[in-house]
Structures are given as C-alpha cells and as structure tokens.
Design a protein around this ligand. Sequence first.
Ligand SMILES: [Zn+2]
Length: 403
Amino acid sequence: MAKRRKEESIKNIKLKQPDRSGPKDKTLLELAGERDLFAQADKRQKELDRLKKQAAKVGKLQKIPKPGDDDDDESSSSDSDDDDDEEGKLSPTAERIMETLLWAVCLSMLHFTLDTLVHHQYSADRIVWPTVWTRAIQAFLVFSLLVYTLHPHASNPTILPGLPSRYQSTLRQIIFFASSVFGIIIEHCTVPGTVALTFDDGPYIHTARVVDLLESYGAKATFFINGENWSRNIDDPATGYPDLLRRIDRLGHQIGSHTWSHQDLTYLSEGDRRFQMGQLESVLSTILGKVPNYMRPPYASCDGDCLPFIESLGYHVVNFDVDTRDYVYKDSPEAMQTAVNNFNAALDSGGPDSSFLVLSHDVHQYTVDVLAPAMLEKIKQRGYRAVTVGECLGDSPNGWYRV
Ligand SMILES: [Zn+2]
C-alpha cells in the first residue's frame, strides 16, 4: 500500500521549464559602470605606471598607495584586504640572495649526485656518506659565493668599477672560469715517449707475478704501497713481503707511498696525516734502508690544507692521466677487457712524443693476469718505453728516495 501511494505522488508532480527570460535586474557590468569602477581602474593603472617609472629612476621600488588613499599616503596600510602584487615585491638585494640560494642549492645537489656516483665507483662499493655530505656543503658555500659575486644582477651591474660596461660580462666569465679550475692538480709525465705504469694498494699475493711479468718485458713500473690494507705485517719476514719489496727495488722499479692504511687524507687531522705517512716511512726504512719521495693519496684525495702538509713532509704528490678503471672491472677476465680497452684507447690517441701516467691496482687478480700483460704488449706495439714515475718526470733515481 505504502509503495503504491508513493508512485501516485510522483506522477502528480508538475515539472517546470527553466526560466530563459534573461536577467531582469542590473548586471554586474552595469553596476560597475554606474559606480565608475572602470574609470577608477584606469586611473589606478596610470598611477602604478607612473610610480614604476619613478622607482626605476630613483633606483629602488617605493610603496605604492592604494586607491582612495591618493591624498593620504601615510594611512594606506590600514587597507589590509587589498590584493596587491606590488606589495609582495622583494628588494633587489633580497632578490639577489634568493637567486643565489636557488642556484647554489641546485648546483650543490648536482655536485652531491655526481660525487655519490664517483665515490661509489672509486671507493669500491663503499660510500663514505660523511665525506659526500661534507663535500656537498663545501660546494654549496663555494657556489653561493661564486653566484652571489659573479652572476649578473640588477643590484650589482658592475663587477669592476671603471671598466667599460661591454667588458663587464667578459670579466665575469674569465673570473668564473679561473675559479672553476683553480686547485685542480693534473699530473702528467714530461718525458716524451714514456708510459709510467703504476700499481696501487699492494703489496699483495699477486704482486710477485707483476714483477715477473715486468722482468720478462724488460719494463719498469712504480708501486704505490700501503702498510696495512690488503696485506698486513709487511715488515715480517714470514710474510715474504720484505723480500718482495727489496726485489722490486733491486730490479729498478720505483716504490712510492700510498699511506699506511689507505685513509682519505683530506678528512684526517694533521696528527693522523703525519701518522699515515710516518708509519710507512719507518717500516720502509727498516726494509729498504730508505724512504720514498713520491706518494699518491688514496682516492686521489688531498684537498685543502692536506696538499701543502704532505708537500711539507718532502713528498711529490702523484696522480695519473690514464685511469684504466680496473677496480671497476676486477671481477672477471671478460670484464677486465674493458680496462684493457680503456688503456688501448688512451695509447692510440697519442703520438710518438706523447706520455702517459697510468693507474691500476696489483691487488686484483685480473689486473695482474689480464690487464698488465695486455698493457705491456700495447706499449711495445706502439713503440713507447715503460718506465717509472720518476723517470717519466725526468727525475734521476737519486731523487726517488731519501735516507
Ligand atoms: Zn689506493
């Protein structure tokens, strides 16, 4: 019953057609016209334009009065619900700071990303996060300084007063370029036609095979060694390492320092850096009766006050210009072929007077069994001489060590 009654009531509802007769009262446009709002808006726009021109002339933006306050500038702040864009405008200096922060954050994040990638590969799957973060913060500070002082901005149109304006931009570019490359150490051999093969991180169980191989080619090389890294107790005769190091020396190869335990020197205190260098010196002094004058910093890292300190200890700091990246391709003979290709490509790019300072590691099996023979074969084929770092820099064997 109830259902039927409901259906009846629905049928009895009369639907109305929509009202299409149009507006009977005044429209908003008509209301605005009546109240003279269009004229007021024009007047306001003219006033804004006038003030902008005035501000540009004076060199700074002024507070712009609101409509209705034309004759009473001081009271304009009372009208708080006026939606005015000009009010939110920053001073040129604040704009410059914001722009600097934006650039510095973007560039330092890019630095962070690239640093993570490089660190990941170079540290053999071990990322030292405090190091990466510290570098990113340093990069942020450097980028902030560079962008703030060198990026053209309305508030600093001239960088050198007195210089014609057409040269200001060129000067900025020169300073930026110079600041970007400042502090980078590039190490090359100086004697034409030489290849200085260097083997880092040993001595280790594969090192003796490299020495045999070099002997069979009549080639010389340089070993940047650690005291405690892949091997321990290098001064204990039972390990065979003292004899091995003496053999390396006797055959005319060069022994350089790669620090005691392969720490990143950039982030060590002066005392720890002194220990890293001094401990290996005292052990080598016992084994060889002399101390190296050449060193290579682990991770090729010796920034800030590290470099002057290491040099003050009497060391030449040696990096490289050919990275075989054998530490990336160390896991199989097939993978190591990529390191061989890297080396071959570098040598193929040079002429008869070129020279090369090559990074590899005698602690990896396939560096010793695949890369090293291939490198020696390529050197022979291209007519270069495989020599020590000292010789490729024109330094006589007397200069390689001190007593
Ligand atoms: Zn190393």
